[in-house]
Design a protein around this ligand. Sequence first.
Ligand code: ACM
Ligand code: ZN
Length: 487
Amino acid sequence: MNVYDIIPRPWEITLTDGYYVPDGEGLYIKIKDTMREDEYSLEISEKGVKIKAGGEQGIFYAKKTLELLSSEGKMQNCVIKDKPRFAYRGFMIDSVRHMQTVEEIKTYIEAAALLKFNYFHWHLTDDQGWRIETEKYPLLNMVGSYRKSSDFGSVHTGEQYGGFYTKDEIRDIVRFCRERFITVVPEFELPGHCSAAIASYPYLSCTGEQIEVETRQGVYRNILCPSKETTFEFIRGVLDEITELFPGEYVHIGGDEAPKDRWKECPHCRSKLEELGLRDFEQLQGFLTNRAALYLESKGKTVIVWNESLKSGMLRKKTVVQNWMDKDKLCAPWVNGGGKMIVSDFYHYYLDYPYGMTPLNKTLSFEPVIKGIKPECESGVIGVEAPIWTEYIDNFEHMCYMCFPRLAAVAQTAWSHEKPKADDFAARCKSLCGVLENIGVSPASYEEWNPSPLKRAGQVVKFFAGNINGDDVKNFLGINKKKAKEQ
Ligand code: ACM
Ligand code: ZN
């Protein structure tokens, strides 16, 4: 591969004369104390390849660059100096709505490692299933891991669907990631998106009613009751098992899309609100989030939450906010106040939406240091993450088609300051596709990446006609965004 085709583009490239044909020898590696752990340089000459790096992680990235460079045999001699723009370069997989096999997840991780991602956010609990093996709460697996049918718009099956990843499988994936300098961030959603947990243990909700694991996409009203000690016992118990399985710094505890209808009707929640002197039910969510966060902090963890958690106005300062749709414009003030943020903008980084809505160019054009952040606070943006939600994605081939090459555009922004032109970047992606195919990932074909306006309109109509959901339509058209602006 041409050195200028490498994604993400290295920071500094100097071409020198001649070519080097790798022969399995002539690789020299040196650790340099003056470099950062994840920083490296590469010197390719007739004599061979010299890697200098701050640590093992830098050596790994140097080798990934070499893997791309040497994908077609001989390499142009050059000197590369390289280091990442953002410390957090994430990808998320939703294994709830549809599961992937361990081998499929590993294949995706392999492709992400090639693009120098370093965090795998694994969405493992939601309304439609519980995907972590647990010993303390066996019903989570016996009841919560299975749904009667699946009814996600165009993806429909009348058969029972489910399962969970065993602890051994999870450890295997964590180990596989560690070998690639990727940390796994498990997500246990609180207090919303908890139907699978409540179906398993109805005492967790305000009403205590028996409900079923959900079979459709959406936002559900039955959420955890934050006013009973038994709820916190459960949260702590699950977190104990999760932290035992996932040794990384971060644990994601959700916080998005938690309607307060049940809390408003619940006598326990109403008296809790009064007892704590809280302003409103958003603050009751803040109370729950902060208790879970404190528990995790006592175990040396840092908590990540979706941006709705900012509505309480009382989030612990150490918490990292993941900005996916900031309708209330709370993210920039959070960062300006010293808070940390990961950016997963719905309109640019949600890879489950068709190319017609989110073409490759659009993903590439996104700037994660969003408007409103003061220059002196920019370091609060610790990175970016691209999620793939799987309501409408029930097989790995489809998942790869949706994610590649758009994930490469996210990698470019995550690592590099360089902002490529659309055509130039598409050409680089073409070079990358062959390497991805060798890993077992089949990207969308070139014609799909940046469809014409007419094709885009057709895809949008087809997508919403097949998976109709009023809120999604409004979100995408920016109606909710506009509303938030007007308020
Ligand atoms: C989300 O997409 N509800 C985080
Ligand atoms: Zn309640």
